[in-house]
Design a protein around this ligand. Structure first.
Ligand code: ATP
Ligand code: MG
Ligand code: MG
Length: 380
């Protein structure tokens, strides 16, 4: 087999872990990132181009070096990706899916048209529109930017009518929509692989916890009933079946008190909620993504351990905090460290993660108490 070469727009931790999977499979990875070889991925890839993943010329330069192009971030220049496809280099998943997902409002409309269960939402163009939505949806309301959203940047909670002005001011965008507040009991996520011919395969349902809208922990499997897990899996598969192109997709969901499950949003790429798969599943999300986009069979999405917990190492502004956690991980049974090689540790920045695996949930709890007593209290 000829060695496939995969180009990745973006050189963050997701690109880095794609490259690590590539090393095992004999697939070469080249990234495009403003930090080039100094980016988390560029430090470990076969090649790195320094430049913006919005720069059409740089994207073409990358396309000339590879057999297939993919993304590790959805905020990329999709017109340039269309041109790459027209010039003969495949892009996976399809630029059509990436463009749709870039706009969270367009995404909602697409999934509503496919009869997927969503919370109520509405486009807003003015403070009056937000007030009218507040009248019908009630408060609090979630005001969201349609574009460029990640880690909750782009969301503002509107507590009551008096708070509308401040929320709109905070988002500094005119491209907005609102969502009714979802009183979820848990946030769930499912990684779904879409193969070359559109067939979908789901990983287990996991429970995610966010801290200030940033993913903090992921528990696999989720502590939800079999019924809820089945519903979440079905919705996630139907969601990804409604998109185009190959690769893994991260599907974020809300579990409600009565057992209903609603779709939140989708990422067209490996996802933080799927990092646990490296230690806990037969084939991890990064390998599955590479296999899917180069047309290799995708197998092995099952859990291979009893239980797993992923803990993000988030920047606190104090380098010693991350150091202490890493040190403890070294002496915790079943703990594996992933360090991303980023410069700086500003608060909330994803610096690395630790995955714990165990035979069962009580074993996992014991290990988590050793690794991080505070997290153990919150999660298990
Ligand atoms: P990501 O980094 O996952 O792309 P994002 O910036 O696109 O995040 P969302 O997923 O829209 O943001 O929201 C971030 C978090 O805010 C969610 O994980 C959830 O905790 C909360 N949230 C979002 N929408 C709602 C809602 N309608 N009701 C209640 N909570 C919500
Ligand atoms: Mg998002
Ligand atoms: Mg999200």
């Amino acid at each position: 087999m000829e060695t496939p070469v995969v180009g990745v727009l973006g050189g963050g931790q997701l690109g880095r872990m794609l490259a690590e999977a590539g090393h095992r499979l004999g697939i070469k990875v080249v990234v495009l990132d403003p930090l080039g070889e100094a980016s988390p991925a560029g430090q470990v890839t076969h090649g790195a181009i320094q430049g913006s993943f919005n720069d059409a010329e740089k994207i073409q330069e990358l396309a000339r070096q590879v057999g297939v192009l993919t993304v590790e971030i959805e905020h990329v220049n999709c017109d340039a990706l269309d041109a790459v496809v027209a010039a003969g280099t495949p892009v996976q998943p399809s630029p059509h899916s990436i463009r749709l997902i870039q706009d969270k409002f367009a995404q909602k409309q697409h999934f509503a048209a496919h009869n997927l269960p969503l919370g109520a939402y509405r486009e807003v163009a003015s403070a009056e529109d937000v007030a009218a939505a507040g009248q019908s949806f009630g408060y609090p309301l979630m005001l969201k930017s349609k574009r460029m959203a990640y880690d909750g940047k782009g969301n503002a909670v509107v507590a009551n009518e008096e708070g509308i002005g401040a929320a709109m001011e905070a988002l500094k965008s005119t491209d907005l929509y609102v969502e009714q507040w979802v009183p979820f009991v848990k946030e769930l996520a499912v990684m779904v692989v879409r193969g070359a011919t559109g067939e979908v395969t789901a990983y287990p349902v996991v429970e995610t916890r966010q801290q200030d809208s940033i993913c903090h922990t992921v528990l696999a499997p989720a502590a939800s009933t079999q019924d809820v897990q089945q519903r979440a899996t079905n919705i996630a598969c139907k969601t990804v079946a409604a998109l185009e192109g190959a690769g893994v997709f991260g599907v974020e969901l809300f579990e409600l008190e009565d057992g209903r499950v609603l779709l939140n949003e989708v990422a067209p790429r490996p996802h933080n909620s799927g990092h646990y798969t490296i230690e806990a599943c037969e084939v991890d999300q990064f390998e599955a993504h590479l296999r899917a986009i180069v047309g290799l069979p995708v197998e092995g999405t099952r859990l291979a351990v009893g239980a797993s917990l992923m803990l993000n190492i988030l920047g606190t502004g104090q380098a010693a905090d991350a150091q202490a956690l890493m040190q403890t991980a070294m002496s915790t049974p079943g703990a594996r460290l992933h360090w991303y090689g980023k410069a700086g540790d500003r608060p909330g920045r994803k610096l690395g993660h630790i995955t714990l695996v165990a035979d069962d949930i009580s074993d996992l709890r014991e290990r988590l108490v050793q690794l991080s007593p505070n997290t153990a209290q919150e999660v298990l």
